[in-house]
Ligand binder design. Structure first.
Ligand code: MLT
Ligand code: MN
Ligand code: ZN
Length: 312
């Protein structure tokens, strides 16, 4: 046995290409350029028990992600390998897919108090029948057991979801609006941090010794969205540390012992999406991989096909 992971969606909110965007990177995808691959929105699945999978975030693209992933498909009359969902923030790209999981299958949703309150405050999530879908509120620093995996929730610098931003918005506090998870199974360890506003000493200490790090790859340059003419916010303002520049994530983990460093939650403006681009080569030269949908990861192994070719 080992720790097996499938990247279901490697893009940030909006996906790649985004429905309303012809920024230079999206344009390549719309035009079918072979240097880019389409990507769905942010989620991974981990095999927490034999044939039992836990979703980490539930994206608006969840249904198409299940269609593309035999291992997540139904195994019997109203039986599914998906038994649990862990949420790392309350952003639309991470919770909208919960609505896809209605239809009366037993599930447990794990979230921090803040994220759980977001679900409670939005009555549409009541569609998840409470007699079938249970909610577990997890404290920061708490370790839970799902099947054979031990999963620790930890705060990372982040911010409240976009639709809950107020004038008093605090960016970069570690209050539990945004978390990472540290997953251990069969002696292997994966740390998943799809959103992070700053790589501080706490984050560095947290990922030390991990076999695999999946980390926030939203924007290459902090002002990339402004430069592309698609928005006014910087990456940092959105709660996402850029890859490059002062404090950028690309070099921030230098000297920290990590088996594989893989970018995930990649925004459609980010030129690392273009194979062979200078930015893609720069991250690769720093030892980073760029995830794509369907990427199978077996902690400890270099290459793996885990999405599955049958429903077995
Ligand atoms: C983010 O990661 O910053 C959010 O997903 C943005 C959004 O809600 O669209
Ligand atoms: Mn997002
Ligand atoms: Zn775009």
């Amino acid at each position: 046995m080992s720790l097996r992971v499938i990247v279901l969606g490697s893009a940030a909110g909006g996906g790649f290409p985004q429905w309303n965007c012809r920024c230079p990177v999206c344009a390549l995808a719309w035009d079918g350029d072979s240097r880019v691959k389409r990507r769905t929105q942010s989620s991974i699945a981990i095999e927490t028990g034999s044939g039992r999978w836990t979703l980490f975030n539930a994206s608006p693209d969840l249904r198409s992600q299940i269609l593309a992933t035999p291992r997540l498909q139904p195994t019997g009359l109203r039986e599914t390998p998906i038994r649990s969902v862990v949420l790392t923030n309350g952003d639309v790209d991470h919770i909208d897919g919960l609505i896809t999981l209605r239809e009366r299958s037993p599930l447990t949703v794990y979230a921090t108090k803040q994220i759980s309150e977001v679900l409670d405050a939005n009555s549409i999530f009541g569609v998840l029948a409470p007699d079938m879908v249970s909610r577990r509120v997890v404290e920061l620093g708490q370790t839970i057991t799902i099947d054979d995996a031990r999963i620790e929730f930890f705060a990372v610098p982040g911010k409240a979801p976009l639709y809950l931003e107020t004038e008093n918005l605090k960016i970069g506090d570690s209050s539990g609006d945004t978390i990472g998870v540290d997953v251990r199974k069969d002696g292997e360890r994966l740390v998943y941090i799809p959103g992070c506003a700053v790589v501080n000493d706490d984050v560095l200490a947290r990922v030390d010794g991990a076999d695999v790090l999946l980390f926030d790859g939203t924007v290459f340059e902090d002002d990339e969205m402004q430069r592309a003419g698609v928005g006014v916010k910087t990456g940092r303002r959105m709660g996402h540390v850029p890859l490059s520049g002062e404090g950028g994530s690309m070099g921030a983990f230098d000297g920290v012992k990590i088996g594989r460093k893989i970018y995930i939650h990649i925004n459609n403006t980010n030129p690392i999406l273009i194979e062979g681009s200078p930015e893609r080569r720069a991250v690769e030269a720093k030892g980073w991989e760029v995830s794509e949908d369907g990427l199978g990861i077996v902690a400890g192994a270099r290459h793996a096909e885990v999405r599955g070719s049958t429903a077995a």
